[in-house]
Write a protein that binds this ligand. Structure first.
Ligand code: BGC
Length: 453
């Protein structure tokens, strides 16, 4: 049995409480005590279900047995952690909905620190040419994904902290967008000072904005492409760095302006197109180890469906030889959350990251259909046009669902309304397990209400 320690370091360093980590036992013990449940079968009649009999009767593949109440079926939240979008406080009710409920994401604060450091390291290494107009001010613009999304908040804070532009608000780094700040007077940020080779430079956040389109979709790449057009036409010469909360928006700005103007642009996600663009001047990105996250998303469901220890094929090698090492993920029992760890992808190492949809080798072995019969999973992607989720995460899930014998139905949302997705969860009785990616992190109850019915 491996124990995993959840480090508090990054949360403390960033001064945020979004991921309130504590120590944890690293794995949950086998839960072999099953209780009888009364549920409705498809015809609406009360049926007695006993999870012990379920494992024997259920190995017929394809359909959900209907014997387990929807509220007792394995549930994984992923990519958007149930939490209060203003305070970041975790939604423990959603995270502990039933004994087989988990969250899978990545360590937002560790990744945010890495992104900030990657940008400041780049500036230091290129100090002789970074200040394009020679005014002594290193200016950057920042594309913000979603002001209510903890990943987005953490990344904004990470960049501001590393560049010295952060100011505190209520004990945390302020992550509000500034609009334009070409004169350095905005209150949500301050001018940073950077000392390199005995010379002091000013670092200024010239502009930042939430990239939300008029229909309400956040992390919107097209909006970011338009924003860089507006910014560059009024103060283009002062922009020395473009930073973005993700690659979708980063690449849109790169293609619209910074590539041609040779302005290093930094994103997050290590999507294939962004990694390839490093060869053409994209400054760098962060891999959030989507290959590990996609595996964990489906693996926790597989384990719960099999009734085995949740750590199987994760910290403990399974019979096929799948296992993850401590350096790629951590587990917090208290938060019922698995977090993949991030890696910076720059000109130094990008060749190792050119295929973001390739399964992670240590967990790439097929499970035996005899002992892991096919089960049906309902899974949604909150926004079918989200660059990261559609071009990296979903292809990975599709690779792993075969290896784990899961028959996954993929539902793509519009990125704007929860009901667009929940409307398509009309018959949860047809599925054995659920993987949910909410539009807003506050909205877990709109899903659990359906499973409780
Ligand atoms: C990703 C973004 C993505 C968002 C969607 C984040 O973790 O980095 O690229 O748009 O999730 O929820």
């Amino acid at each position: 049995m491996k124990k995993k320690l959840v480090s508090m370091t990054m949360a403390v360093l960033l001064g945020v409480s979004l991921v309130a980590c504590g120590s944890d036992s690293g794995k949950k013990s086998d839960d072999t005590t099953k209780t009888d449940d009364t549920s409705k079968d498809d015809a609406g009649a009360d049926t007695k279900s006993d999870a012990d009999t379920k494992t024997e009767d259920d190995n017929t593949g394809g359909d959900a047995s209907g014997e387990v109440a929807n509220k007792d079926k394995p549930l994984v939240w992923y990519n958007r952690q149930p939490s209060n979008s203003s305070t970041g406080e975790l939604d423990q009710a959603a995270l502990t909905f039933n004994k087989d409920t988990y969250y899978v994401g990545f360590d937002a604060n560790q990744g945010a620190e890495l992104q900030g450091t990657m940008v400041s390291d780049y500036i230091k290494a290129n100090i002789d040419k970074i200040d394009r107009n020679g005014d002594g001010v290193i200016g950057y613009v920042l594309a913000i994904g979603d002001i209510g999304h903890n990943d987005s908040i953490a990344r904004t804070r990470g960049v501001r902290k590393a560049l010295g532009t952060a100011v505190e608000k209520d004990g945390n780094i302020n992550s509000d967008p500034v609009g334009t700040n070409t004169d350095g007077s905005a209150s949500a940020v301050q001018d940073g000072k950077l000392e390199v080779d005995g010379k002091t430079y000013t670092v200024r956040e010239l502009a930042s904005q939430e990239m939300k389109n008029s229909a309400g979709a956040t992390w919107d790449a097209a909006t970011a492409g338009n924003a860089i057009g507006t910014w560059s036409s009024s103060f283009g010469d002062s922009i020395d760095i473009v930073a973005s909360n993700n690659d979708g928006m980063g690449m849109s700005m790169f293609n619209a302006w910074s590539k041609e103007n040779k302005v290093p642009t930094f994103g997050y996600d290590a999507n294939n197109d962004a990694v390839a663009a490093i060869a053409e001047g994209y400054g760098g990105t962060i891999s959030q180890h989507a290959d590990v996250q996609a595996y964990l998303t489906l693996r926790v469901l597989r384990n719960a469906l099999d009734g085995v220890d949740i750590d199987t094929g994760i910290g403990t090698e399974d019979e096929a030889g799948n296992v993850l090492s401590d350096d790629v993920y951590k587990y917090s029992e208290e938060e019922r959350s698995y977090y993949a760890l991030n890696v910076a992808v720059t000109a130094d190492n990008y060749k190792d990251f050119t295929d973001s949809t390739k399964v992670f080798d240590p967990v790439s072995k097929q499970l035996d259909e005899g002992s892991h019969a096919t089960k049906k999973v309902w899974l949604n992607i909150y926004n079918a046009s989200d660059n990261f989720l559609s071009s990296t995460y979903q292809p990975l899930l599709q690779n792993y669902d075969d290896l784990l014998n899961l028959d996954v139905e993929y539902i793509g949302g519009d990125g704007q309304t929860e009901s667009n997705i929940t409307n398509r969860l009309g018959n949860p009785g047809q599925y054995d397990a659920f993987a949910i990616n909410m539009v807003k992190t506050d909205n877990a109850a709109s899903y659990t209400a359906l499973l409780n019915q």
